[in-house]
Design a binder for this molecule. Structure first.
Ligand code: MLT
Length: 428
């Protein structure tokens, strides 16, 4: 017997089917609520509303579970690589050796960008935030690959756009940083793996025989895996709704980059370090700042603690915390800001105020710490998040298109003026 739910409005009962997902998540399908009842639902921020059915990522906020296509984030972070995880998210299965070699080889063949992209880059002052540059350069691909604007592209055309997106994102990201520091850009060295290629473009100086530290490259690969997808978060929902208008993958993902930029989303990892640096400049008295965080009137909020979905702990944070400890030890990093972070973490994990409010260190807390230890400039932290989230955005855009989902068009409850006659300016 199919499960149903009933809604009573003005004494009339309406019945709706109940959908149960693979992991027994339950949803009331209200697709015909307005047609049946004339009423809509209201859910600010859509926190109680499912926008789609997806087979890509499963997370359980209460149990701290995160899985990509059924594989646990713990397994993938320990045993896989970022490009293998990207293949899994986008195409649904772990690749064979031949499939991964072809995917990686296709990506290597597209890491270069058209030289005219540099003319666009040159238009950005060095004061430009790398996220704004990244979103612009990524969208500029629509100018160089206009065939991607065709919403009815065949599968091999979409595959080429996917490869170009993954191949050129690190190049755009490194160039955005070089623009910020006023240095000449580096071209991709395709002899290297994905993360090493990016790090060399990011850090190498002209005529320098730059060698990437494998510890840094491995840590970055793990960080990108941990950020690869997170079901219907703000930026992914943005990619889906922009893509639902049949906008190209490049413009849809550019919109996602802009959504991720916000300090309440991907920008949080940058805010964590800025907060830690402010505490250091103030003398490093963590107790003082902990008390400010507890004082509602202080206006101070501890960045990098708690999560809107995970109610007990963020599984990614646990993995990153260990990676951060490993990297700090291997690189021998002694940084006063990182010491402040460890003190804040220690308090947050034992202070009843934080425990009762589920304010535990989240993925942004530790990713900010590890990026700093890797020498990544703070303005590039959210760019790293975007690089990691790219395969998730691609997978979600592709799923939405393949499922032929309708254009996203939420409704509203109007609370403005009733009908009123126009008043000429002379009479106002
Ligand atoms: C993410 O990974 O996108 C962030 O944790 C935010 C979220 O899922 O809402």
């Amino acid at each position: 017997m199919a499960k149903t739910a009933q809604l009573i409005i003005d004494g009339k009962t309406y019945e709706f089917p109940v959908i149960v997902g693979t992991e027994n998540e339950t949803a009331v399908d209200i697709s015909d609520l307005l047609e049946k009842s004339g009423a809509i639902t209201l859910d600010f921020g859509y926190k109680n509303t499912g926008a789609t059915k997806s087979a890509i990522t499963f997370l359980d906020g209460d149990k701290g579970i995160l899985r990509y296509r059924g594989y646990s984030i713990e397994d993938l972070a320990e045993k896989s690589t970022f490009l293998e995880v990207a293949y899994l998210l986008i195409f649904g299965e772990l690749p064979t050796t031949d499939q991964l070699n072809k995917f990686s080889g296709d990506i290597k063949n597209h890491t270069m960008v058209h030289e005219d992209i540099k003319k666009i880059l040159d238009g950005f002052p060095s004061s430009s935030h790398p996220m704004g540059v990244l979103a612009s350069l990524f969208c500029a691909q629509t100018a160089f690959y206009p065939e991607a604007l065709d919403p009815n592209r065949a599968a091999e055309g979409v595959y080429l756009s996917i490869v170009r997106s993954l191949a050129k994102m690190p190049t755009f990201a490194a160039w955005a940083f070089k623009n910020a520091v006023g240095h000449p850009v580096n071209y991709p060295d395709n002899r290297l793996d994905y993360c090493s290629r990016f790090l060399k473009m990011l850090y190498a100086l002209p005529a320098e025989d730059y060698h990437v530290d494998p510890v840094v490259a491995d840590a970055l690969d793990k960080l990108l895996i941990l950020h690869a997808d997170h079901e219907q978060n703000c930026s992914t929902s943005t990619v889906r709704i922009v893509g639902s208008s049949k906008a190209s993958i490049y413009s849809s993902i550019s919109a996602g980059i802009n959504a991720l930029w916000g300090p309440l989303h991907g920008g949080a990892n940058q805010e964590v370090i800025l907060m830690l640096e402010a505490i250091r400049k103030d003398g490093g008295d963590t107790e003082k700042w902990i008390n400010k965080a507890k004082d509602k009137n202080s206006g101070f909020r501890l960045m990098g603690f708690g999560h809107r979905v995970y109610k007990n702990f963020d599984p990614r944070a646990k993995i990153i915390k260990k990676a951060a400890d490993d990297v700090l030890k291997k690189l021998g990093v002694n940084d006063p800001v990182l010491e402040i972070a460890m003190k804040l973490e220690e308090v947050a994990l034992r202070d009843p105020y934080f425990i009762e409010r589920k304010l535990y260190p989240n993925v942004d807390f530790y990713s900010g710490i590890i990026y700093r230890a890797l020498g990544i400039p703070v303005d590039m932290f959210t760019v790293m998040f975007a690089m990691g989230r790219l395969p998730g955005w691609i997978a979600q855009w592709k799923e939405m298109r393949e499922n032929k989902e309708p254009i996203g068009r939420p409704r509203q409850v109007y609370v403005g003026q009733k009908l009123r006659p126009y008043v000429p300016i002379a009479k106002r």
